[in-house]
Write a protein that binds this ligand. Structure first.
Ligand code: SF4
Length: 397
């Protein structure tokens, strides 16, 4: 197969990776643009800038046999591989043709985790040092990669990630019998944090261009952010298991985000007859993970039901507020930012806006909240304005 066709083929197979890799707002994600079968993903960077990422594998050959994965060893389908140099050349052609701005690169495991990581690093290194690519790169860390490779990846990429797939060793054994949770997956994520803590970030020329920011922190250099991904529902794990690991990853290893990919059975795999995970569960997991990361919630406060799962019909913040704020509403004119963040419809940005606005005048009605960008009707049952409860619309459903 010609090199460009191999790249198209590899890229077209990337639909199984969680979308919105760098999106800050899932609802803002646009449908994926397929430029002649390339998987080009529109994403929003933390600074609000839109970007187009080419998501691809370097090879779809894999010697591991994860039960859920379309690329597992022995599954009968056409595999393709690009060599680092040819991949880098093709990517730069796409970049120069203004089709892509950045790269999300992963790989099947071929010849061991260390060798596969070397191929990914070679590719990234050619792009950065030989071809002068200064755009965004998200680099996958392979299971079993060495610490020196993790460091090298962090010197080259803007984001690195390790897919944990499951929340603990026991659950991982149900999904990926050849992966070792602690040694192969969690340890590289720990190294990322250790390197961020103990080593000085390099001054790299492409960091100056990242997001067209020329802030002093960018010029001082900075280490990449880190993320992980779970296959939600693949190992019959509970939301509590997924979110307790998520909480530890946020607080101990400072992950930027945990991604949840709802399990979907792939034909001709050992899990082909397992029921898919409802998309709503994926959404609830994201909502709950944001409460842990951005809203000051502790794991124990999340409204888990008996089986350790979040209720599917209700947003977890709303479920918490119904129990805790219905009879003890928050006075918007006096509450701390932390208390405001507990109110459905108020987020980190709008909580700050409230604090700014009430320095000027008291907030007395919902229209003032609306002007500040707050979902006032959602907030209404749980707040007081000037000591008064607000009239709320009756919910039909
Ligand atoms: S190692 Fe990765 S690519 Fe290979 S079977 Fe497992 S999940 Fe799939």
């Amino acid at each position: 197969m010609e090199a460009i066709n191999r790249l198209k083929y590899l890229s077209s197979q990337m639909t199984f990776e969680a979308d919105a890799e760098h999106s800050v707002n899932l609802s803002a994600a646009e449908p994926c643009l397929r430029e002649d079968d390339l998987h080009i993903h529109p994403a929003v960077m933390p600074n609000g800038r839109k970007t187009r990422l080419l998501k691809t594998l370097l090879t779809s050959a894999c010697e591991r046999n994860c039960y859920y994965c379309p690329f597992r060893a022995g599954r009968d389908f056409r595999r393709a591989t690009c060599k680092p140099e040819e991949f880098a050349k093709l990517f730069m052609q796409l970049h120069r043709a203004d089709l892509v701005d950045g790269l999300f690169i992963s790989s099947g495991v071929a010849g061991g985790g260390i060798r596969t990581q070397e191929q990914l690093l070679d590719t990234t290194e050619i792009l950065r040092n030989k071809m002068g690519f200064r755009g965004y790169i998200h680099l996958k860390i392979m299971p079993g990669a060495e610490k020196g490779q993790v460091l090298r990846g962090m010197q080259l990429a803007d984001r690195v990630s390790v897919n944990l797939e499951a929340p603990n060793s026991k659950r991982l054994a149900q999904l990926a019998p050849k992966k070792v949770f602690m040694e192969e997956l969690l340890r590289p994520l720990r190294w990322v944090e250790e390197i961020r803590r103990t080593e000085r970030p390099p001054l790299q020329p492409w960091r100056f261009d990242y997001g067209k920011e020329k802030s002093s922190s960018a010029q001082r250099g900075r280490w990449p952010s880190s993320t992980t991904q779970f296959v939600a529902g693949g190992a019959d794990e509970s939301d509590l298991e997924l979110l307790s690991t998520t909480a530890r990853l946020y607080s101990n290893l400072h992950l930027a985000r945990t991604y949840f990919m709802a399990f979907n059975p792939v034909p001709d795999t050992p899990m082909e007859n397992k029921s898919p995970t409802p998309a709503l569960r994926e959404l609830r997991l994201y909502q709950a993970s944001f409460l842990l990361r951005d809203y000051g919630f502790d794991l124990e406060e999340l409204p888990f039901a008996g089986e350790g799962n979040l209720p599917l019909p209700t947003d977890p913040k709303e479920a918490w507020a119904e129990i805790n704020l219905t009879h003890d509403p928050v006075e918007v004119n006096e509450a701390s930012p932390r208390q405001l963040l507990r109110v459905p419809g108020i987020g980190p940005m709008t909580a700050n806006r409230i604090v700014g606005a009430r320095r000027i005048c008291q907030i007395r009605d919902l229209s003032q909240l609306r002007k500040l960008g707050i979902a006032a009707q959602r907030a209404a049952p749980f707040i007081l304005l000037g000591g008064k409860r607000m009239a709320t619309q009756t919910r039909l459903f």
